[in-house]
Design a protein around this ligand. Structure first.
Ligand SMILES: N[C@@H](CCC(=O)N[C@@H](CS)C(=O)NCC(=O)O)C(=O)O
Length: 216
């Protein structure tokens, strides 16, 4: 089985897939494709013109959630989607909460405080950052604080795709010098440290930080 992943490592969706691959101990080739000016050949495989895309023995799988589903079937242990139907539905919901919700807060902070300055050579839009930090993210952190209760991870069954997906978006917040206020959301702040401290995340974060340092 050959696996080839397309997409640059600072994308939270590419990172989500790389964390899954690391958690499952799967080897893969990585093509750090930038999400601009896609070739016709790429668009034929991913008509939404986004990264990531995985090729499994040359067969294309677009979208991080579709890729996650594939990898779970390919390498069922350690399981990242719980077997219990309700827990599994919660895992899929929290994956969506990350990809469609947390991304809307962490993304602007990352784009304005990191990409604008380091990669695009323009001033950051402070108003956009303030809106993300003060309006978009707080209710999402409130929700996560409630989800965690006394648990180490977002689901009672343990580490899952929910932690991978939300944790991956919050790496971009960190890269953009945003943070989870530990005084206001102590459980979320501790959970972020726990998730980002796992070997699967830690290695990637260090690799990305080295790349950012070299670029800036
Ligand atoms: N739902 C998609 C989202 C992927 C996505 O938005 N990727 C961004 C990079 S972080 C992208 O390729 N953007 C290019 C564009 O929107 O033109 C997934 O989970 O794979």
């Amino acid at each position: 089985m050959s696996l080839k992943l397309y997409g640059v490592n600072l994308s939270p969706y590419v990172r989500k897939v790389r964390v899954i691959l690391a958690e499952k101990g799967l080897d893969y080739e990585h093509e750090p494709l930038m999400p601009f000016a896609f070739s016709d050949e790429y668009v034929a495989k991913h008509p939404l013109k986004k990264i990531p895309l995985l090729e499994a023995d040359g067969r294309p799988i677009p979208d991080s959630s579709a890729i996650a589903t594939y990898l779970e079937g390919l390498a069922p242990t350690p399981a990242l989607y719980p077997a219990n139907p309700y827990e599994r539905a919660r895992a899929v919901w929290l994956e969506e909460f990350a990809d469609d919700g947390v991304a809307g807060g962490a993304g602007p902070v990352f784009q304005e405080n990191l990409l604008a300055k380091v990669f695009f050579n323009r001033e950051s839009d402070a108003e956009r950052v303030a809106k993300a930090q003060n309006e978009t993210l707080p209710p999402l952190f409130d929700y996560l604080e409630g989800q965690l209760g006394d648990q180490d991870y977002l689901l009672p069954s343990g580490f899952s795709i929910a932690d991978v997906a939300v944790g991956s978006q919050l790496v971009n917040l960190k890269h953009g010098h945003g943070e989870v206020d530990a005084a206001r959301w102590p459980k979320v702040a501790a959970w972020v440290e726990r998730v980002h401290g796992r070997p699967s995340f830690k290695g990637l974060i260090e690799e990305e930080q080295a790349g950012i340092k070299a670029a800036g």
